[in-house]
Design a protein around this ligand. Structure first.
Ligand code: HMG
Ligand code: MG
Length: 299
């Protein structure tokens, strides 16, 4: 087992994964302020928005305005979600230099989320990957439902490995393994990671846990113990996918930072300032934060 790392890179997905699942439409100015506050907290990778179809995700229909409006802080990456060439063109037109493509390990979820089979969804972004390579754009690849599917239940590990290998061969610099509905437990998370890491270098892997059953921190720790160094999370525990019934928010960034601080693992993030940002966001969303750390610090 590799030693625990000295530092971990957190990929803050709240502005995208968090806000895509809100019932109310959040004002563009609030989205911009959220991202600027997060970069002030020390986050170095902030997934800013999504250039998907506004008919599918009306919550992020203002992607251009958000991306243009944020203060691009030196040393901070602002990747954006892109499903196809149309999304790539929109993202590039406003100057995005990092993108994330996405597919799934289960067929039914892929169809519900992108109106395409797994292979078709990959075919759609093959030309995106080619253009990104030519343009010097970094590409992250997401795989959803790696530990279970809201429609199909169990997802065979061989499917997760097959899709991971494919994304790696296509040139994804990083592959984020998504427990979309939060059904993973540490033993399963570890086994899934080890199966993927047998085929794809661990340095190219990230983990993305939704916290539906409160297992996300335990799953993250299991994956850190196996050598993962990149962890996705969302401030205030926001998040979820409108096409994944029953899924709740991502693990809260505040809780991940608190755990890592306690273990002496560096993130570069100012926790008190992050807690303040999470509370500010919860005020705008009109519902309570799911972060345990924030709940505890507010009595
Ligand atoms: P489709 O309807 O099959 O696409 O959607 P289409 O190519 O037939 O186009 C239909 C219409 O959409 C056309 O407009 C296109 O112009 C438009 P019309 O002619 O009807 O007026 N369109 C677009 N408009 C703007 N930007 C675009 C774009 N593409 C098409 N990029 C599509 C296929 C993939 C586009 C659609 O299914 C889609 O946008 N899906 C996105 C769903 C989504 O965003 N889900 C959440 C993100 S994934 C996630 O949350 C999981 C993750 O967090 C990891 C985890 O937790 O597991 C990453
Ligand atoms: Mg997600």
């Amino acid at each position: 087992m590799p030693a625990l790392p000295a530092s971990v890179r957190i990929v803050e997905v709240g502005p995208r994964d968090g806000l895509q699942n809100e019932k109310a439409i959040i004002p563009t100015a609030v989205k911009i302020e959220l991202i600027d506050r997060l970069s002030d907290c020390g986050l170095r990778t902030i997934e800013a928005t999504s250039f998907v179809s506004p008919k599918w995700i009306p919550q992020l229909a203002d992607a251009e305005e958000v991306f243009t409006g944020i203060r691009k802080r030196e040393g901070v990456s602002y990747p954006v979600l892109v499903p196809n060439e149309q999304g790539y063109e929109r993202a590039r037109a406003v100057g995005a230099t990092e993108i994330a493509v996405f597919t799934a390990a289960s067929e039914t979820f892929s169809r519900k989320n992108t109106n395409a089979s797994i292979d078709e969804s990959i075919e759609r972004f093959v030309p995106v990957m080619q253009r990104a390579k030519a343009d010097g754009v970094r590409v992250r690849g997401y795989i959803s439902t790696v530990l279970g599917c809201p429609y199909q239940g169990e997802v065979p590990l061989s499917d997760v490995v097959r899709v991971s290998k494919k994304l790696h061969e296509l040139g994804c610099a990083e592959i984020s393994l998504g427990d979309t509905i939060g059904v993973g437990t540490p033993g399963k998370a570890r086994a899934m990671l080890l199966a993927v890491a047998a085929e794809v270098p661990i340095d190219a892997l990230a983990v993305h846990f939704h916290n539906t059953y409160g297992q996300a921190l335990a799953n993250i720790l299991a994956c850190l113990e196996e050598g993962v160094r990149v962890v996705d999370s969302a401030v205030s525990g926001a998040g979820g996918c409108p096409f994944a019934p029953g899924a709740t928010g991502n693990v809260a960034t505040e809780d991940v930072v608190s755990m890592l601080n306690g273990m002496g693992i560096e993130t570069g993030i100012d926790l008190p300032q992050l807690i303040e940002t999470g509370l500010w966001l919860a005020g705008h969303l009109g519902h309570r934060t799911t972060s345990s750390v924030v709940q505890a610090s507010n009595g």
